[in-house]
Design a protein around this ligand. Structure first.
Ligand SMILES: [Zn+2]
Length: 457
């Protein structure tokens, strides 16, 4: 079967229907009773094991029912077959660090924070092969819980699964000056001054069955109050008692040492201005925190490169404004940053810090949802990771960290969330961009409809 004759394409849509797209499913489920047998692809499982060069996997009711070599699976009665010879399949990715809802592409702010815009951002992640996306410390709790309930109830079209956590910071501290404009208006951050207030805030978050909380430990070069140790110690202690994870923003070496030593579970940034020292390496070896690099946020935008992979999800006017504002050649300061960053990333990995995908997308149009995941993964390989290590850090490890048991690998029982690629990312990590199709819960995402909508708006 060729792609052109593949059975579950959406029919052509009228202008009226187009206007309602945000509310419509963007996938059509396979109707075959026996499921669909995908055969012939090179299959990257996502757990670091060698790829299955000529694979077969059976998808039934949105789940992976069996995985093996082509010819080794017994096809059930009524099964449809899809020939993926020449393709590579990898699990859909999981992004554990974004800021969802505020980006409006012609402007940024709280006025854009609607369920429709949250969904749009999740569709952008899905378009680029990301099955779950976590907003870190900037999403209003009650609205986010309502969105999660609605998404789980199937009220929205296909999109990346939404995860979020509340933030915690001293009064007047926390998110940077841009993000603060959104989070303060929506009260997304709990302001805490004392250990007692911190414990009480954590308990109120835990009572809503939220598994994660973010803290900021940063004085923004002396312009912000920094969360004191007795407060973050209380947050961490109380969170761990409730079985929650603490995600820490700390970008100075001394602050990262302090929060990791105190038991923070996830670092949401990499130290870029200082080289890591032996004391920190020893702490990392002992604690092995999860960690998102967020390298791309400091990089020149890929929207400067006229790469159709990036351009396809931006309206032309946004591309023009990014190119007018942020496409200068790298400065010597940036090369120095890159050198320190490369050294620090390698040192973190060698010390056992558990790298997971996070992009910080959503705080600037120039570094946005979806494509920035591929930028991050490619940067890791530039810094010395193997493509296989990079794929693990973008798939199974973040799923494990977030406790999403049905995502992250191409294995029996998992949700059928995967990317079909035209080329092998184990040969060249940039081949994660050669996306032929994305499947979520066993259904093919209609990427053409999405790209058309984004190009127009
Ligand atoms: Zn962030």
């Amino acid at each position: 079967m060729t792609f052109a004759t593949f059975p579950h394409r959406l029919p052509a849509i009228s202008g009226f229907v187009f206007a309602c797209l945000a509310l419509l499913p963007l996938t059509v489920s396979a109707q075959a009773t026996g499921g669909i047998l995908y055969e012939g692809a090179r299959l990257i499982v996502g757990d670091g094991t060698p790829a299955i060069e000529s694979s077969a996997f059976l998808v039934r009711n949105g789940r992976i029912a069996a995985v093996g070599r082509k010819g080794s699976l017994v096809a059930p009665v009524g099964v449809s077959r899809v020939d993926l010879t020449g393709k590579t399949v990898m699990p859909a990715m999981v992004n554990v660090h974004v800021h969802i809802g505020y980006e409006g592409y012609s402007s940024w702010g709280v006025e854009h924070y609607t369920p429709a815009n949250v969904l749009d951002h999740l569709q952008r992640e899905a378009f680029y092969g990301v099955a779950a996306t976590q907003s870190v410390g900037s999403s209003p709790t009650d609205a986010s819980l309502a969105f999660q309930r609605d998404q789980a109830a199937g009220k929205f079209g296909a999109a990346s699964r939404f995860f979020f956590m509340p933030g915690m910071a001293p009064p007047g501290g926390g998110p940077d000056a841009i993000l603060l404009k959104g989070t303060s208006a929506l009260h997304a951050v709990h302001e805490v001054s004392t250990a007692a207030e911190a414990r009480s805030a954590v308990r109120s978050i835990a009572a809503k069955k939220i598994r994660n909380v973010k803290i900021w430990v940063d004085d923004r070069r002396g312009t912000y109050p920094k969360m004191p140790p007795e407060v973050y110690n209380a947050v961490i202690d109380e969170a761990h008692k409730a079985g929650m994870m603490v995600h820490a923003h700390a970008i100075q070496l001394a602050d990262q040492k302090a929060v990791v030593r105190a038991g923070a579970d996830v670092l949401v940034h990499t130290v870029t201005a200082e080289k890591l020292d032996d004391e920190y390496i020893a702490i990392l070896r002992q604690k092995k925190p999860y960690w998102t690099t967020v390298i791309g946020l400091g990089d020149r935008s890929e929207a400067c490169n006229a790469d159709p992979f990036v351009d396809q999800s931006y309206p032309d006017r946004v591309l023009a404004s990014i190119r007018a504002e942020s496409c200068n050649p790298p400065t010597s300061g940036q090369s120095a940053r890159d050198e320190t960053l490369g050294d620090n990333v390698r040192a973190m990995v060698a010390a056992g810090a558990r790298l997971v995908l996070g992009t910080d997308a959503g705080i600037a149009a120039r570094h946005s949802f979806g494509w920035s995941d591929h930028h991050e993964v490619a940067r890791w390989v530039q810094f010395g990771l193997t493509p296989s290590q990079a794929i693990v850090a973008a798939t199974s490890r973040p799923a494990e960290m977030m406790g999403i048991r049905d995502l992250g690998t191409m294995a029996e029982g998992k949700s059928a969330d995967f990317i079909v690629l035209d080329a092998n990312p184990l040969d060249d990590i940039r081949n994660t961009r050669r996306i032929s199709r994305v499947y979520l819960r066993g259904a093919m995402l209609d990427r053409t409809v999405l790209a058309d909508r984004w190009k127009r708006n």
